[in-house]
Design a protein around this ligand. Structure first.
Ligand code: R5P
Length: 319
């Protein structure tokens, strides 16, 4: 049934690719991704892909530029090898933060990256929890944006935190309200919002909490944790406001600079991230828990291949 699928992995997150491959019971196809002596990326597809339905798995996480170029070069090689259809599976879509011209003389880098992926030869894109919904419109090819919420719901249900009425879902800033509303609805819980004022690109200050959080267990939801500033400020504000335990459910663990230490040293009880981005040993901390979204990607790949609806995987968010 899935025999015409061809799965390729770049170097960005091989473990996730292997998990997706195991879930689908489709082996990873052979490719050689190495370097020329000056650091340029060199790719060779080592299997016949003529007429195949190809999926290339590569999040554009750190090292962002290398991983992005590797994805582009892989797609180009597959196109020139006559693959029938190429889906760029980008579990974490980087370069998403410059998504509009909000100041004079700034680029819209997310649009530039969308153009690059399309020109390289991708037929469609599969990703998860895009930083901004409008990025879908930057592509003139189909894009499916999955959501990590089901994995988080399963995790927190197993911990016994769902359905007992004392959970409040918290958005760490006003921009995250839509995502948090989706979680609150799905978790059957209350909603609160942190009125975050950003002081500089690397530090934030949480000012105000909108909603009732006293005596509740809070789950802060967000798409990205980068420096950890937004999250740590939110946690402090929630604890000061009388929250019992504070957790975070954050899809993409970018965890730049000293973010892991900052979280470990903060009053947060647990930060749950997914494996869209690999967590290297030096960033592991007891308070950081990783859950896998491999099965969601595997299901989406299967459904795309079989031309079945995948809206069942994210219907709730549009309600
Ligand atoms: C903001 O719009 C995002 O959803 C995240 O809250 C933000 O990117 C996190 O950044 P940091 O961890 O550096 O505060």
């Amino acid at each position: 049934m899935l025999s015409n699928i061809c799965l390729f992995s770049g170097n960005a997150n091989r473990r996730l690719s292997e998990n997706i491959s195991n879930n689908l019971n489709v082996p990873l196809a052979k490719s050689l991704v190495s370097r020329f002596s000056d650091g340029e990326i060199r790719v060779k597809i080592e299997e016949n892909v003529r007429g195949r339905d190809v999926f290339v798995i590569q999040p554009t996480c750190v090292p962002v530029n290398d991983n992005l170029v590797e994805l582009l070069v892989l797609i180009d090689a597959l196109k020139r090898a006559s693959a029938d259809r190429i889906t760029a599976v980008i579990p974490y879509f980087g370069y998403a933060r410059q998504d509009r011209k909000d100041q004079p003389r700034v680029p819209i880098t997310a649009k530039l990256v969308a153009n690059l992926i399309t020109v390289a030869g991708a037929s469609r894109v599969l990703t998860m929890d895009l930083h901004a919904g409008q990025i879908q419109g930057f592509f003139d090819i189909p894009l499916d944006n999955l959501y990590g919420i089901n994995s988080f719901l399963e995790y927190f249900s197993l911990q016994g935190f769902i359905g007992n009425g004392d959970i409040v879902i918290v958005s760490p800033d006003v921009g995250g309200i839509k995502m948090a509303r989706g979680y609150a609805k799905r978790f059957g819980s209350a909603l609160a919002i942190i009125d975050k004022r950003r002081i500089s690109p690397v530090s934030t200050e949480a000012v105000h909490i909108l909603g009732d959080v006293k005596g509740k267990n809070a789950i802060i939801v967000d798409d990205i944790i980068a420096t950890g500033s937004s999250l740590v400020e939110a946690v402090k504000a929630l604890k000061n406001a009388g929250c019992k335990k504070v957790f975070a459910a954050i899809t993409h663990g970018v965890l730049s600079r000293d973010a892991s230490d900052k979280l470990q040293d903060s009053p947060i009880d647990e930060v749950v991230i997914t494996d869209t981005i690999p967590l290297p040993p030096e960033k592991k901390r007891p308070k950081i828990k990783v859950i896998s979204v491999a099965s969601i990607f595997a299901e989406a790949i299967k459904r795309i291949h079989l031309a079945q609806s995948i809206s069942i995987l994210f219907d709730f968010i549009q309600q």
